[in-house]
Design a binder for this molecule. Sequence first.
Ligand code: FAQ
Length: 325
Amino acid sequence: MYTQSLDTDPLANDPKEVSDKRELELKKRISEGYVVEPRDDMPERYRKTLIRQMSQHAHSEVVGMLPEGNWILRAPTLKRKSILLAKVQDEAGHGLYLYSATETLGVSRDALYEDLLQGRAKYSSIFNYPTLNWADVGVIGWLVDGAAIMNQIPLTQCSYGPYARAMVRICKEESFHQRQGFDLLNEMMQGTQKQKDMVQDAVDRWWWPALMMFGPEDSDSIHSEESKAWGIKKKTNDELRQTFIDVTVPQAETLGVTLPDPQLKWNETREHYDFGKIDWNEFWRVVSGSGPCNKDRIGVKKKAWEEGAWVREAAMAHAMKSKGR
Ligand code: FAQ
């Protein structure tokens, strides 16, 4: 572990100059491969940007349990039910690792959760869309977990140790989720015409929202530049979105589904797929609370928090008793 203090010249007396110098010093160390750990002295802007991104990520994992959780009681077979149960439980675990990693930055989980319940904190736009048929469960695995992995693999190399380490395990689990989604869809695509139509319908509804998961275009991304300088983000929103499209188009061909974008076409010169225009008005509408399920998602979380109060109290009483207090 790197032990040198990040403190700068104690004789410098302009607080802004001192803080700028500390920030530059840390950015330089990070660019040389330094990994920041919770007990390191860190500039406030670095700490705040991590809390923002990591807590929103944690919220996305736990809100992300809802669209699929909706199908646990209606899974078509015992095998599919147990897979789905395990997947939804994994997402709860991801939320747990990420809230714990965020707490290492000196903020309490209760405070973070309160921000979610009061609508002060964001979570991924994608979880504000409804799951209308069983194929949606497969499409969430294939496209939503697929996009999540694309975005999260670079985070395993991010500059904050607890976040990077949490992401290693999360990515392994997400890649299982992605494959189970593909497998579910592949099975439906061998079935009846009605099943094939259900898959196509789900793909039509989830494709564009999945592309929005990567965030606004680079020209509208307010945090990318700073997050890259801090070694938190390794790739930009547009770079990751393009890579996701490039790997997903051949998978769609293998499945036999059509991606709902007539402009999707291989570009020989760019060596990437060109794609149509994303509806950014829809994205910002959903992010600002007016998506199809925003109110419902937060309503369910609030209800669970209130109805779970006795569980938290009982767990606390048990913990105190075990400690003999
Ligand atoms: N939805 O300047 P940027 C999953 C906000 S986990 C909502 O580009 P940044 C697992 C952004 O926060 C999915 N808000 O921001 C799973 C900012 O607002 P703020 C979540 C969004 O941080 C699968 C503003 O717009 N993954 O799916 C979205 O540099 C299946 C300006 O944006 C992560 O959280 C959006 N899509 O880049 C679970 C990964 N995009 O904070 C269940 C970690 C942007 O100023 C089932 N996070 N905004 O109020 C990141 O990589 C980044 O934070 C980005 C955004 C790329 C999401």
